[in-house]
Every structure is written in C-alpha cells, then in structure tokens.
Design a protein around this ligand. Structure first.
Ligand SMILES: [Zn+2]
Length: 452
C-alpha cells in the first residue's frame, strides 16, 4: 500500500534506461513522466478501518507513525505482544483540497476505531476462561503458588478441575497481575452440583441447607415438583472456588481394636448373677491411610492397610442359668467358708446354741437354704444378726456379722450372700455364729449341713 507512486516512478526510470538511445522514446517517456508528476500532485490517501472511511489526507507518513505510536504505547502498557483487531487500508484517491480531513480529526477517529488484542497466557478451567497473565511463566507461577498454599507436607498435590494454560489473544483489560490472578482463581463461583434426595427432604429444607431459593432450585430442575422421592437426583448450585487444590497425604497412626464380649452359661450361678471369667483387653493396630483434602479441608480418609500389632482379647462372662428359688430345699448348705471352732452343745459351762465358723473379717455369709428374712438388725449377744424363716418349721440365725446385706421381708435363695463376717456382739474374733431352730428350739446343725 502507498507504493503505487514509487512503482510508477521506477517504471519511468526503466523507460529512461531502455530507451536512452532512442530520442523519440525518451521524449515519450519524459512526457509520460511529466504528466505523471503533474497528475500525482492531485493525489491523497483515503484511510479505511475495516472498510469504513475515517478520513482523507496527504500526510500519510504522519498518520502511519501515529498508528505505530498507538501500537507501541499499547505494547508498553501490557508488556506482551499485541495485534490490531482492525484492518487499516490506505487507498490512493484523487481529491480536491477541500475534501481533505484535518489530521487531528483523523487521529481522533483512529483512536476511536482502533482496538488491540494482546497475547496472553490464559488459564482455562474445565474449558472456561478464568483469567490471563502476560506469559506462560507467570501463569505457571501463579498455579504453583496456589498449589503450594495447601501442599504443605502432602504427598501429592493437584487440581480437581482440568486446569490448562493456553496462549490466547485477549482484550488487554482481561490481563491481570500475578496477585489479581491468584485472587480470581480462589474466588467462589456458583457451580452446578448434583444432590441425591434423602428421606424427609423437602424443597424448603434442601434450599435452606444449600443457601438457595426454592425458585432457583426449580429453575435448575425444570419439571421438578414438591413431590420429592428419596434417591432422586436433582441439580443445585453451590459456591465453590474457581479451582480446587486437592492434596493427598499418607498418614500412619495407631488405633485400638475393641474387644468383643462373649457370654457362656454357668448353671452354678443364678439367672440374675454373672461372673467375668476373662477380662477383655483392647488390641492395637497400625493403620496406613490417605487423607484427601480440598483447599485444605479434609474431605475423605481412605484406609490403605492395617497391621495388627496386638490382637484384642475377648471378654468372657459367665451368665447364670440356675433358676432362682426362694423355696427351701429341706437341706442346709454351709453358710460360710471357714473352720468350725465351736460346736453345738455345752461349752465352758454354758449351752452353745449353734456352731461357730471362723472366717476372715468381711468374707461372705450365705443363706443355708431358701426362705424369707424375718429379722435383720442388732440383737444383744448376737451383734448384727439375720434370721431366715424357711417355712418348713426351720429358722436359721447368722450372727456377729460386720455388715447386713438383706432386710426384713426379703426373699432369699439358697446360697445367696446375705451378710459379711464380723465380730459384733459377744465375739472374741471374726466368725459366724450359725444356728438352726426347729419350731423355735435350737438344734445341732451339723447333721443337716452339706459340704458346699
Ligand atoms: Zn456361737
């Protein structure tokens, strides 16, 4: 463009060279040349921007350098390669002087009509333009910085979304600084997420839980009605950052293994009794897991392996299967474990109405047979005493107790713990005074006693 005149001139010189020996040719050439010069003085240039005329001028070089200047300024501003979005053409036209446009008017028109695109490294997230920096190095740096923000001591760091850097020509206003890009990438944006309807969900409860309006849920789900069914999948929008940094960290920790409680039957125990045979003990395992976090917030923990260091020991409990009976069997069991230190009958000039069984202070005293407690309290000489009526003419006495475990009116089973051995009342050391009365008269218990 703008070279038509030069070409004509070269053509004229060419003619001059070719026909320099031919005077006629020279004259012809000279006359052409002269007429050309005369003709050229009437020429100007029509400037069009994308086909639209913005002015006519003879000062074409000035206009061109003005355009160059605009280009250069824009390039300096963005710091990247820039391209002009429009096509500017200069067309040589023959016009009268009054048709020429004032050069300042042309400048103003050019500034209005021209726009630039700059070369940028665009960050594309899931196929969508999010932001752009002036070069790939900066774009990479900002993405790395974002990752490092959450990486800490993680084993693997990556973006949840498909994040790409693409070279693109964009309007310069979209070009941002490093800091701005970092901010934009972390900005929350509304994204569509799927939600599976749960039991008792309503549009209202879902809207509330997701910070949405019911109208917006309906807009996202054409045809949706209030009749939600559990398991139904609907769309919701959720505010999530433009990019999500996923970090994975392998962790190893020790965890206790709980034990089980196993029950076994024991016909020696009553149904309301139980006995721990083996105390349970928790085991220990070493767990290797991978913790996954989104932008630093833990979202899942996946156990990769477990190594048992100590097996748990199950607790074993014997549960009584013996039915409780408060009815007397007619025979008596030994009411305490110990040594008989004094028998029934004459003793040091006094009549001993029962047998004494020496046993350690606090050891248990058992009912010799089933029956009803008719006395539980203090009685002179006996100290703390329990009396059991077996409803078969026999009543048994348990004296010198340190502690009473039953009260008057209680039904007791044969072998049930009723008191603890002591030395209350007239006693010189801890022992049980056991007495059997038949129809109110003390008798020798020894012939009745069964070894336990
Ligand atoms: Zn006694």
């Amino acid at each position: 463009m703008g070279k038509v005149g030069d070409k004509s001139y070269k053509f004229f010189l060419g003619l001059l060279k070719t026909y320099k020996n031919n005077i006629i040719a020279f004259v012809v050439a000279l006359s052409i040349g002269l007429s050309f010069i005369v003709y050229e003085e009437g020429f100007a240039y029509k400037i069009t921007v994308d086909g639209e005329t913005i002015g006519i001028t003879k000062n074409i070089d000035e206009v061109k350098s003005f355009i160059e200047e605009l280009h250069k300024k824009e390039k300096q501003k963005t710091g990247t390669d820039i391209v002009l979005n429009q096509q500017i053409k200069f067309e040589r036209v023959r016009v009268s002087n009054k048709e020429l446009t004032d050069v300042h008017k042309i400048y103003a028109n050019l500034e209005n009509a021209m726009s630039f695109s700059c070369k940028a490294a665009a960050i594309i997230v899931d196929g969508k333009f999010v932001t752009a920096l002036k070069n790939e190095e900066e774009a990479n740096k900002v993405l790395e910085m974002l990752k490092n923000k959450y990486a800490r001591d993680s084993d693997r760091t990556y973006f949840k979304e498909d994040v790409k850097i693409e070279e693109k020509y964009i309007p310069p206003k979209y070009l941002v600084s490093f800091e701005e890009a970092l901010k934009i990438l972390q900005q929350p944006v509304k994204k569509a997420v799927t939600y599976t309807v749960k039991e008792n969900d309503s549009l209202w409860s879902i809207a509330r839980a997701h910070d949405m309006y019911i109208d917006d849920i309906l807009k996202l789900n054409p045809g949706l009605t209030e009749n939600l069914k559990p398991g139904q999948v609907i769309y919701l929008s959720s505010a999530v950052p433009n990019v999500t940094v996923v970090t994975e960290k392998r962790i190893v920790y020790k965890e206790k293994i709980p034990f089980e409680t196993k029950l076994t039957k024991d016909d020696k125990l009553y149904t309301n009794q139980s006995k721990v045979l083996v105390e349970g003990k928790k085991g220990l395992k070493e767990v290797t897991a991978v913790v996954v976090s989104y932008n630093g917030v833990e979202v899942s923990k996946e156990v990769k392996s477990e190594n048992i260091l100590e097996k748990p020991i199950n607790k074993i409990v014997a549960v009584g299967s013996r039915r409780i009976s408060y009815v007397a069997t007619g025979s008596f069991n030994y009411p305490a474990r110990g040594t008989i230190t004094s028998r029934f009958g004459q003793r040091w000039g006094r009549f001993h109405t029962g047998v004494d069984i020496a046993a350690p202070q606090g050891s248990p005293i058992y009912a010799a047979d089933g029956g009803t407690v008719i006395f539980s309290g203090w009685e002179s000489g006996y100290g703390y005493l329990v009396k059991i009526d077996h409803h078969n003419g026999y009543v048994t006495y348990y004296g010198h107790a340190s502690k009473l475990l039953v009260k008057k009116g209680d039904k007791v089973a044969k072998g049930q713990k009723i008191a603890l051995v002591g030395s209350t009342g007239r006693a010189t050391g801890p022992h049980l005074h056991f007495e059997v009365r038949k129809n109110g008269v003390p008798i020798d218990p020894m012939p009745f006693l069964n070894r336990r």
